[in-house]
Write a protein that binds this ligand. Sequence first.
Ligand SMILES: [Zn+2]
Ligand SMILES: [Zn+2]
Length: 348
Amino acid sequence: MKKEILIQFCVMMAALIVAASLAPVLQKSQRYLNPDKERLLTAPVGGMHKVISDWEWMRFINYLGKLQTVDESNVKEVTERLERLVGLDPKYERLYLDGLSLIQHADPKKTVSILEDACKLDYLRDNWKIPFYTGFVYSRDTYDIKNQNGPPLLAADHKKAAKYFKMALERYPGNEPLNYLVNNYVRSMAKMEMVGTAPDREYLARLRFLYREWRILHSKDKALIDVKRQSSKVLITNLEERLLKAIQEARNPVDIYDHRFEPGKELRELIEQVKKEVFFDRALCINCCYPASGGDKYCTHCGTQLEFIHGICCKCNAKLNPGVSYCQDCGTKVAPVLIAAPKAKKKK
Ligand SMILES: [Zn+2]
Ligand SMILES: [Zn+2]
């Protein structure tokens, strides 16, 4: 009898030791399988997070129905309720998109902090809308609605905006991201990289950025090809069309009051470089950069007088042999070459 108890005791002790040594391993693998579990609310809800979260969400909607607006008088409570909901169900997309838009103007700092946490969630690693929204909030100054002339509650941070727009592009399914996603990313990159105080600085930064991306894609330079290999996905689709639009806009820039001004020397030189390298076969108007066709005497967009010369290569300027379709020197397809008309003047 005594012997049996002793055996039972030994077995129990052995089981206890095994369990104790296994626990950290199991906990680790659980963390691996379910990495966001640690972010769940620690309240003892017995694993019923989803059910309680749905219930709380309904109560939240009901509560919002009684509010006129979210302002400093209630933003604290709305935020607390939202954070509790995020704790219960951190993968519920609507909490971030619909829920946070309620407090975005009253407490933008809190909004981006919750959004940034959501961008890191493993559960939501394929979600592009949340990083897009994060980028959107960072891309502009957010003012207190009641004090529009005061300092912004959250100032625009273009570096962070570009980071989150890029994340949204990388996560967007397929290879045809929505145009506004790409536009927002390009705009934030330009705002982030622009320097100086010249009125055309944003045009210059945008053109530089797009041209740099184009050169990476078309380069024979080994260092640039390595950069290309590192990025698995083309983030900026229709790059040439965007470049063409960028030089057209840069040629006729407007200030914040929509008044036209002359682009600076650096920008004009960059436009010419892009025309020569990217659009050598497109016959773009000398003045406005819109494409012209071979027989036009005047630009159909701006009315500038056009003059084409024939018989030279648009790429290497070699004198073409009569009747060839491709340049005998560099192999480029023959295209009409636009030069500045001797007495270039605008048609009335
Ligand atoms: Zn023109
Ligand atoms: Zn040639």
